[in-house]
Design a protein around this ligand. Structure first.
Ligand code: AHM
Ligand code: MG
Length: 334
């Protein structure tokens, strides 16, 4: 049995120039995952955790108590380290520069969706935490600026998620494949359970909120019909599975083969998911596992961000399925 700690240290030893900064950041994330795991598991038992916080985030979405809690836990854990210069989160209005001597001298910044799919909490359905790590681009010794957070996804140094499902798992990449660790709560450790994860090139699952069908672009409507048609050679009709928790839907599809789609729609002209907190980290993981992630036309990781809370349509998962969906998007471009 190999723990996450052992695994990270072993990997660091493969890079003689590594100073251990990433190792430190990952151990903060591991701690955050344990704290959120603990609180989610008590969620039905205490009123302090369930329900809405009574306020909205900057994007006008109502925040759940656990969103706020997860965000603060994450921020505090990172502030306590010397490797992190700043933090941006779906739940914050703007980025947070860690403007202390330690923060100004740090080299990394982190973006996160601390609790993705949080509307599922009150009904005991799995949620996740997503994170994305970059090297800052402004000089060390100064406070970070917006520029540090607005980098293209292909510049990510590491990305990952924690899925709080029937068991809690942490899955991450540093650009050298994807590995998954399952949490053993009795020992308090994450153990390597899914080494070198690979998304099957094709699968049978499509995941999309079909209730919005009439609002989707023609390419997506046609692709959905393609998924439903009978064809033995391509194992169609596919199966429709949609939890409404990006991390859980993506995780299942990565293990089994499938495509996750949150397209643009008349109600969401640029999609619902956020490029920096959701699109990029999931795209990095998808590609590192042999899959693809696209906005329907181009690679997510090549998009130059223009806003911190920018939204993006997301088509992610098995390579052949994403390619097929892109074909439909191009053919039926409106
Ligand atoms: P959140 O970050 O506010 O939780 O929103 C993102 C979530 C994703 O996890 C999920 O895939 C999607 O929203 C579900 O949205 P919808 O209910 O519109 O299908
Ligand atoms: Mg989210």
């Amino acid at each position: 049995m190999k723990t996450l700690d052992e695994f990270v240290i072993e990997k660091q030893a493969e890079y003689p120039n590594a100073k251990g900064a990433l190792t430190g950041i990952l151990s903060s994330i591991r701690l955050v995952a344990k704290v959120i795991h603990r609180d989610i598991n008590r969620a039905g038992l205490t009123n302090d955790i369930l329900g809405a916080a009574g306020n909205q985030n900057v994007q006008g979405e109502s925040q759940m108590k656990l969103d706020v809690f997860a965000n603060n836990t994450f921020k505090r854990a990172l502030m306590a380290r010397e490797e992190v210069a700043g933090f941006a989160s779906e739940e914050e209005d703007t980025f947070v520069a860690f403007d202390t001597e330690r923060g100004r001298n740090a080299r990394y910044i982190i973006l996160t969706d601390p609790l993705d799919g949080s509307s599922n909490i009150d009904v005991n359905v799995s949620v996740g935490t997503i994170f994305s790590i970059y090297r800052r681009v402004t000089p060390v010794g100064t406070p970070v600026t917006l520029e540090d957070f607005m980098q293209e996804g292909h510049k990510q140094v590491a990305a990952g998620y924690v899925v709080y499902g029937s068991s809690t798992m942490l899955v991450y990449t540093t650009g050298n494949g994807v590995n998954g660790f399952t949490y053993d709560p009795s020992l308090g450790v994450f153990c390597l359970s899914h080494e070198n994860l690979q998304i099957p090139p094709s699968g049978k699952i499509y995941s999309i909120n079909e209730g919005q069908y009439l609002k989707f672009p023609m390419g997506v409507k046609k692709y959905i019909k393609y998924c439903q048609e009978e064809d033995k050679a391509t194992q169609r009709p596919y199966t429709s599975r949609y939890i409404g928790s990006l991390v859980s839907d993506f995780h299942r599809n990565m293990l089994k083969g499938g495509i996750y789609i949150y397209p643009n729609a008349t109600t969401y002209p640029n999609g619902k998911l956020r490029l920096l907190y959701e699109g990029n980290p999931m795209a990095f993981l998808a590609e590192q596992a042999g899959g693809l992630a696209s906005d329907g036309y181009q690679r997510i990781l090549d998009i130059k961000p223009t806003e911190l809370h920018q939204r993006v349509p997301l088509f992610a998962g098995s390579k052949e399925m994403v390619e097929k969906a892109q074909e439909f998007m191009r053919e039926f471009k409106e």
